[in-house]
Write a protein that binds this ligand. Sequence first.
Ligand SMILES: Cc1cc2nc3c(=O)[nH]c(=O)nc-3n(C[C@H](O)[C@H](O)[C@H](O)COP(=O)(O)O)c2cc1C
Length: 167
Amino acid sequence: MTTKILIGYATRYGSTQEVSEVIASTLREAGFEVDVKLVQEIKSLSDYKAVILGAPLFMFHWHKDVLRFLSRNQKILLDTQVAIFSLGPTHDPYDEQEWRDSWSQLNKELENYSWLMPVEIEMFGGRYDPDLLKFPLKMMAGKTPASDIRDWDMIRAWADKLGGKLK
Ligand SMILES: Cc1cc2nc3c(=O)[nH]c(=O)nc-3n(C[C@H](O)[C@H](O)[C@H](O)COP(=O)(O)O)c2cc1C
């Protein structure tokens, strides 16, 4: 019997969607049936044994669409296995303080959802592309170079570990 999994993601510039797709294909290879949807397009959770929620941090906060999704679906999520991943750090080379900051931003957000008991929470490096920014963020960005520190091996390994827990 398959365990149907839903990956619900929020994104502004697309990198979280690509991470969601890689998690989905890793879980499919492990035998799961997986749907991938933007959180605002999720109509029902009743078909799913587990929900993986992924979203990036922006301006010290988790993407507002995923926070809204958590608030609206508290009742059903209490009866569903939930795993969480966030994208945040983008500095290349690795910046330990940046990772600590991203983790504390995520943990602070999740404190507001103390009813949520995720089976897994993970932080992945993200992608920063100044060409995608619009005014006024483009002005504020200065000369920070583009980076993409998404670690696909780490992402696949996390998906595999999660698959083991959800079986
Ligand atoms: C304007 C802007 C603000 C950001 N603010 C934060 C932040 O406060 N904390 C953090 O960890 N990452 C921050 N990031 C990094 C994003 O989380 C990262 O770029 C992520 O990959 C974006 O995901 P998306 O492509 O799915 O929208 C910021 C990125 C941008 C462009």
